[in-house]
Design a protein around this ligand. Structure first.
Ligand SMILES: *Cc1c(COP(=O)(O)O)cnc(C)c1O
Length: 489
């Protein structure tokens, strides 16, 4: 078949390279610099930008372009060096994923394709279906469950709780809003991630709709207190609509008793959502860690991240819904310009715009698909298991090091400890732990974040880093020990 447009056009495109071979040369050069940088991850901890570095990023009015040579120079010198630092093997702060070399490849292909994954019938949509289906099987959700890739667990939580809200209030609430309806209430462990509060705020329910239920001995929600809270709210004329189970709390790695929560929600006819942002991936690890997530397969909805403990590049999370009908009822909407066609690009089903907030969407699925193709889920399970063992090793090193003490038992991949003398006043202890974290970040010796346990600031490591080895753990604890002495402890 000959196309009308087969001839080379006389006038060059305004925004494509005028000389593709020159562009190719620059692209190869930049790719080499990126691979060099990834290979040398150990030499590149976080570093702060000084005034000149920040000045160099100024766009001003940006009326004239600089061309590809200068751009590549700037990308390599002014952008690439100033990463968050989570590609470094001694980065343990917050819960930051470490990123895979294959991400470089899949992002290159995704950028070339520039697919819009809101819907229609093209390759990227099939890749996303595969990724969601893999997730569905991985987490034991039934066939017919649905899902969508999103920016992260924050957005996944909004989608999940919107479905729960619709289930409680009926489909008419999409049109009528929630003003005239009974007040909804939700329940989660003390220590639930702020993403849940934000979702409740965005959905118009207000963060005061959340009841936080203190832990029992094991750390997860105390079921008797949960039952009492639900009962009291019902008696007050409120409508309990959702229990949010946590699989891996962000601070301490705590798990709710998921089976017991599923039983409770079934009995009480309340939606059961699980926040499994990073902890859900313990499902791929060896025993005993994989046992922590038992029962996750019974959730009505599950939110989790690929960019944390699946090591995939930012950003990528997923929400799974047990019942596709509810998922669609909460989000499906096709005005005339999006009407389904029987053939051609406008055909195909599902269209992901019917399953979430965005109409236009990028090809997030490719980096996940590539990661699974390249390594297989068993390799990820091994990396996750290793992270849990390294957290145990860190706890051992803390216990053996004079002046350091554990602030909580190690759960999963999280180790929290204090480097401050117990005899000091609490405020002074807090100050020291904070300064140690800051100074180690600045020196490039390692990145811890801090958190509060029992009212005191402690150092916290969440190990979701596939580059970390035993020597990194030993080395970073030695660095803490030296720094506490430098700072006068
Ligand atoms: C990180 C995290 C979130 C938020 O996820 P994002 O991907 O950052 O939006 C929610 N819950 C838990 C437990 C988390 O660790």
């Amino acid at each position: 078949m000959t196309h009308v447009f087969d001839q080379t056009p006389d006038a060059p495109s305004l925004l494509d390279p005028a000389d593709w071979e020159r562009f190719r040369g620059q692209a190869h050069r930049l790719l080499d610099l990126c691979v060099d940088r990834l290979m040398a991850n150990r030499e590149h901890p976080w570093r702060p930008l000084d005034a000149a570095d920040r000045e160099a990023l100024k766009l001003g009015a940006a009326t004239r372009g600089v061309g590809v040579e200068v751009l590549v120079e700037e990308l390599s010198r002014r952008i690439l060096p100033f990463a968050t630092g989570n590609t470094h093997p001694r980065f343990f702060g917050w819960v930051h994923g470490s990123g895979l070399a294959e991400g470089l490849l899949s992002e290159m292909v995704a950028a070339t394709m520039n697919s819009n994954c809101g819907g229609r019938d093209h390759g990227a949509v099939y890749v996303e279906r595969e990724v969601i289906d893999w997730c569905r099987r991985c987490f034991g959700f039934p066939e017919g469950a649905s899902g969508i890739l999103v920016s992260g667990t924050s957005q996944a939580t909004v989608i999940a709780l919107a479905c729960a809200r619709l289930q409680a209030l009926g489909a008419a609430s999409r049109k009528e809003g929630i003003q005239a309806l009974p007040r909804l209430t939700a329940y989660a462990m003390t220590g639930v991630h702020n993403a849940t509060l934000k979702a409740l705020e965005l959905l118009g329910l207000g963060s005061s709709a959340l009841r936080t239920i203190p832990g029992s001995g094991g750390g997860g929600m105390d079921l008797e207190r949960l039952a009492r809270a639900v009962e009291e709210d019902r008696q007050a004329g409120l409508l309990p609509f959702c229990v949010i189970g946590t699989a891996g709390s962000v601070d301490l790695g705590l798990f709710d008793p998921l089976h017991a929560l599923a039983d409770f929600c079934q009995r009480e006819r309340i939606w059961f959502h699980v926040d499994g942002a990073f902890g859900a991936w313990a499902r791929l690890a060896e025993a005993p860690w994989c046992e922590l997530v038992q029962g996750i397969e019974r959730a009505d909805s599950l939110a989790l991240d690929f960019h944390k403990w699946m090591f995939v590049q930012y950003d990528c999370g997923v929400v799974l819904l047990r019942d596709e009908r509810t998922h669609r009822a909460a989000f499906a909407a096709r005005p005339a310009y999006l009407a389904q066609q029987s053939q051609g690009l406008g055909s195909g089903e599902p269209w992901y715009c019917d399953y979430g907030i965005d109409l236009s969407r990028g090809f997030r699925a490719l980096k996940v698909w590539s990661a699974l193709r390249a390594h297989g889920s068993e390799a990820f399970g091994q990396a996750i298991t290793r992270n849990c063992r390294l957290a145990e090793r860190m706890a051992q090193r803390v216990a053996e090091t004079p002046g350091l003490r554990l602030a909580a038992g190690v759960r999963l991949n999280i180790c929290c400890f204090s480097a401050a003398p117990e005899s000091w006043e609490l405020a002074r202890q807090d100050e020291l732990n904070m300064r140690i974290a800051q100074q180690l970040q600045l020196s490039g010796d390692g990145v811890f974040s801090t958190t509060k346990i029992a009212g005191g600031v402690v150092l916290r490591a969440a190990i979701v880093n596939h580059r970390t080895n035993e020597a990194d753990i030993d080395g970073v604890i030695e660095a803490v020990s030296r720094m506490r002495i430098t700072l006068g402890a």
